[in-house]
Design a protein around this ligand. Structure first.
Ligand SMILES: N[C@@H](CCC(=O)N[C@@H](CS)C(=O)NCC(=O)O)C(=O)O
Length: 216
């Protein structure tokens, strides 16, 4: 049976997985799970994952949650060398970012998105923006440094996860790279290196962003 990816294109790890699999030429089918319609809370999805979160990868009767675990699982059986190389030190640098991003890039950019767009009062927007700024500074100085991409001179899955997460706080038209010219250049470089998959994976997000920005 062909692999199945349960996803919602509004979700950052879902978009990253979709791009990673397509760029690695891994055959799979998409099973959409519309979060805004609450489909992830329906009984059929709860049977697949009690966590009720997307993405979920299905390989026959094997189900896997957690996007980074999926990257590692797929790397065991598919040609992912270009985006997730086996070289120990290179892979360790990619993993270093993938471990860091959960509670940094992801949480801190998501918070700005959730407060600004979904009006969820987690904390004052200024606090969330300040914390996102600190994260962007660390991303630039600890991970990117003077390299073209996070792990070196080639695009890897680390860049794919990073650019998908960093799209989320741009929903309102916010320019998150103001004062971060190096990050802006890297973002554009990574985006160009992942086309046409970046645009395809972000079509739903971009349509939603256009609606939000037209209302402003
Ligand atoms: N650490 C998980 C995060 C999964 C996650 O938080 N998914 C969100 C969408 S981005 C979700 O399904 N949220 C639904 C909910 O929490 O109700 C991964 O990397 O796969």
């Amino acid at each position: 049976m062909v692999l199945k990816l349960y996803l919602d294109y509004m979700s950052q790890p879902c978009r990253a997985l979709d791009m990673f699999m397509k760029m690695s030429k891994i055959p799979f089918v998409v099973h959409p799970v519309a979060l805004r319609k609450g489909e992830h809370r329906q009984d059929w999805f709860k049977k697949i994952t009690p966590l009720r979160k997307v993405p979920v990868l299905q390989d026959d009767n094997f189900y896997l949650t957690e996007s980074i675990a999926m990257v590692r699982y797929l790397a065991g059986s598919y040609p992912t060398e270009a985006l997730y190389p086996k070289n120990l030190k290179l892979r360790a640098k990619i993993d270093e970012y993938l471990e860091w991003q959960h509670v940094n890039t992801r949480i801190l950019s998501s918070k700005v998105f959730l407060i600004e767009n979904l009006k969820i009062p987690l904390e004052p927007l200024e606090t969330a923006v300040e914390n996102m700024e600190k994260m962007l500074y660390q991303l630039e100085t600890m991970f990117l440094k003077d390299k073209d991409f996070i792990a070196g001179d080639q695009l890897t899955v680390a860049d794919i996860f990073a650019i998908c997460e960093l799209m989320q706080p741009t929903m309102s038209g916010r320019d998150i790279f103001e004062g971060h010219p190096k990050l802006r250049e890297w973002f554009q470089r990574a985006k160009a290196a992942t086309q046409p998959h970046f645009n395809e994976a972000h079509a739903v997000f971009n349509a939603s962003a256009a609606r939000v920005q037209n209302k402003l």
